[in-house]
Write a protein that binds this ligand. Structure first.
Ligand code: AMP
Length: 283
């Protein structure tokens, strides 16, 4: 596997691949890789693409400076995992490489209601930073496809909209959430949970499944309230939202009959670790 820190050498590599008729699959990450990230690499390889994975902890998407400081960094291990998974190249740009001095941070995208709810409400500015960095990375890598995880459902919606607005010629593929054995969505932040927290955090996925099992007619708001109460009652848990929304507009859905694409999304602090998860309950 190749590892590039500079855009110029990555470009040489990509140009050689394209000249030989290969298409490029791209997986942007912030490192601290786990099975969820690796499943995206495999998906790209299944599509017969040259898989490229970027590792860049993007400062502009952290609304909380402590979160940025505490973000796990495990570069050597990440490179080993990528190599083992058959990733063709890792791209590890420096901050000035991504945001060259004097060039600004890219277009100022407007997302309407998409970035006002859920994560947008609790992490102001977060999606602006996400759209900026993904736009910039797509300009750098110019892949045929970009692979992103359903775990960050709202992020996928934002990137889909950004690609549309910027008219970028790239296919966006949303891949299923990889989970721990107990159902907890895999996340780079999970390493900051204690063993006990990690096993109790399975309650978040249980609540999502509970809503899927019990949703009927217009009982969705009642199920939301019940789930929030259940999470609040768990020592050390602090849910921020538990929302049943339309999968395209991300607006609240009161009844299953109101939409043909319905997703339940949740964000919950467990100790000082903020976890998110979601489940599609109608598609
Ligand atoms: P991150 O490094 O957390 O920014 O994530 C990089 C990419 O991996 C994003 O597209 C995430 O949605 C995806 N990802 C993170 N966790 C998972 C997971 N448990 N299952 C599938 N994809 C994931």
């Amino acid at each position: 596997m190749w590892a590039f820190h500079r855009l110029s050498t990555l470009k040489d590599f990509l140009n050689r691949q394209r000249a030989e008729g290969r298409s490029i699959g791209f997986v942007p990450t912030m490192g601290a890789l786990h099975e969820g990230h690796l499943s995206l690499i495999r998906r790209s390889k299944d599509a017969q693409e040259v898989a490229i994975c970027s590792i860049f902890v993007n400062p502009t998407q952290f609304n909380d400076p402590t979160d940025l400081l505490k973000y796990p960094r495990t570069e050597a291990e990440d490179l080993y995992l990528l190599h083992q998974t058959g990733c063709a190249a890792a791209f590890l740009p420096s901050e000035p490489e991504v945001y060259p001095a004097g060039q600004g941070v890219g277009p100022d995208f407007r997302f309407g209601v998409l970035d006002k709810t859920m994560e947008g409400e609790f992490r102001p500015g977060h999606f602006k930073g996400v759209a900026q960095v993904v736009h910039r990375l797509l300009q750098m890598v110019e892949p045929d496809s970009i692979y992103m995880g359903q775990k960050d459902f709202q992020q996928v919606a934002i990137v889909r909209e950004m690609i549309k607005q910027a008219n970028l010629p790239v296919r966006l593929v949303m891949c299923p959430t990889a989970r721990e054995e107990n159902g907890l969505a895999m996340s780079s932040r999970n390493v900051r949970l204690s063993g006990a927290q990690r096993s109790r955090a399975a309650l978040i996925y249980e609540m999502l499944q509970d809503v899927r099992a019990r949703a009927h007619g217009d009982n969705l708001p009642a199920l939301e309230v019940e789930a929030l109460q259940r999470l609040r009652g768990e020592p050390g848990f602090r849910p921020e939202y538990f929302s049943v929304v339309d999968g395209k507009t991300l607006q609240p859905v009161r009844s299953l009959a109101d939409s043909d694409y319905v997703v339940v999304c949740v964000a919950c602090w467990v100790g000082d670790v903020r976890l998110i998860d979601n489940l599609i309950i109608k598609e």
